[in-house]
Design a protein around this ligand. Sequence first.
Ligand code: ATP
Ligand code: MG
Length: 559
Amino acid sequence: MSEATPETKLDFVRQIVADDIANGKNNGQVQTRFPPEPNGYLHIGHAKSICLNFGIAQQFGGKCNLRFDDTNPEKEDTEYVQAIEEDVRWLGFEWEKKLFASDYFDQLYEWAVQLIKEGKAYVCDQTVEEVREYRGGWNKEGKHSPYRDRSVEENLDLFERMKNGEFADGEKSLRAKIDMNSSNMNLRDPAMYRIRHEHHHRTGDKWCIYPMYDFAHGQSDSLEGVTHSVCTLEFENHRPLYDWYIESLGIHHPQQIEFARLNLTYTMMSKRKLLELVNEKLVNGWDDPRMPTICGMRRRGVTPEALRAFCDKIGITKFNSLTELALLELCIRDHLNRTANRAMAVLDPLKVVITNYPEGETEMRQAINNPEDESAGIREMPFGRELYIERKDFMEEASKKYFGLTVDKEVRFKNAFFVKCNEAIKDDDGNVVELRCTYDPETSGGKAPDGRKVKGTLTWVSARHAVDAEVRLYNPLFNKEKPDDIEEGKDWKDGLNPESLVTLTGCKLEPSLAKAIPGDRFQFERTGYFCVDKDSTADKLVFNRTVTLKDGFAKSKKK
Ligand code: ATP
Ligand code: MG
């Protein structure tokens, strides 16, 4: 039952629900729904709505349904239905019932007939342009359609013939007869049904007329006994129409409540535009790890716990705002820090030869898997004469602040020994290709018996045992904080970040990672969080960078 204690501050939607329960409204029952249109994949904005709708049901002992709002046959597909189900489950929620607006097409048709009989709906022959012209504007009165006063008999006959396929797309529509002078444009005789000779992913060719979203949504809510119909702010001025249909039909009246949608910096959230990116192959499919889709994030290594924590943190308000992508990354980092095992990986390798280490020998060093979780245990890593370190961990000339290796300097190799660099070997072009070093076997515990100190601690892998991998680094897909703000003469796609994907090959990983399988997540020490991509095979490991170890935004903003 309710997890909320009197001290818990509830967001305004939950407060309404709590008050309704306290007042015995709806017999104290709570029924919500998450109503996606199966015309694309779910994204992080949908996650906010999912966490809210399913979260309310969980918190107040209610139920939440998954309802597909499938009233636009030309854009919808079963592929999307399946993907949406998978994503909701992966986020950690289970629906009470799986429902489709298309299951109500017969009932909705009957209700339309009822409204015609009561003189509240009429068949109109105006074209889309005429309808628009007659509707007027904010400070312009509307005009009655010349078809508005058709008799009930004529309307019933025409509506039936619309259903029977006697007319072409756009030739006629069914409209609600409300008020052509309402200050709310949605009430100026809105369309209820339109003609679309189109195959539907579930009803096939049974119908050639389809209900409009506004005529389907509230009635679907009502049929399902929804008590609180939560939606985003754009629907606030649809609420009078939502209420008008429900009241005119005299059926159970759910309460529509609007909240602010999620907007994230550097992130495009329009399904239509995401589809364009997929279709034009500007990304590698809906689950490209750069996409803000749930499946993209899953592939990238984001955890459902992190997404839920993020939705919790941003809260629910009535005001549109822009959330920092950095906040999402913080939530991802926080969860992975607690749950991902550590591993050593060298993304840009530079060879190190320990000249005083016996040739052909190896010893096993112990490493802690996760300092945040003792139960994760320890593992062994081979150490030997030839190792790799990150190229950026050596500098020929460095200031005192540099903690990496330079010639004649000593550092600690993590979980191993103190190592001193004696010489840098260069190729003909002057590039450093190898470091000649010596190690101090007395420093096995990470400390020197004589008490001498080193500043830097480097990560490394054994050259002989390392496994090769491809590592994909991701940066925001868009360069701009608000990819939807388009300057004149520019296209939104001009804002795509050409460096959103950087592929590194020849990376060297510690041998324990050879067994990793797609979906496994790790912290590559000193680098970031990574997960095995689905492209990975036993012969060729592929890792995705989920998120860097530190906030990259603070720095990049100053540039
Ligand atoms: P479309 O442009 O296709 O209408 P949509 O993003 O509104 O796209 P729906 O499938 O209709 O997609 O959305 C399902 C539910 O998710 C709706 O209740 C919608 O309000 C909610 N939702 C969509 N985008 C966001 C967002 N950015 N933040 C919060 N909720 C969202
Ligand atoms: Mg929508």
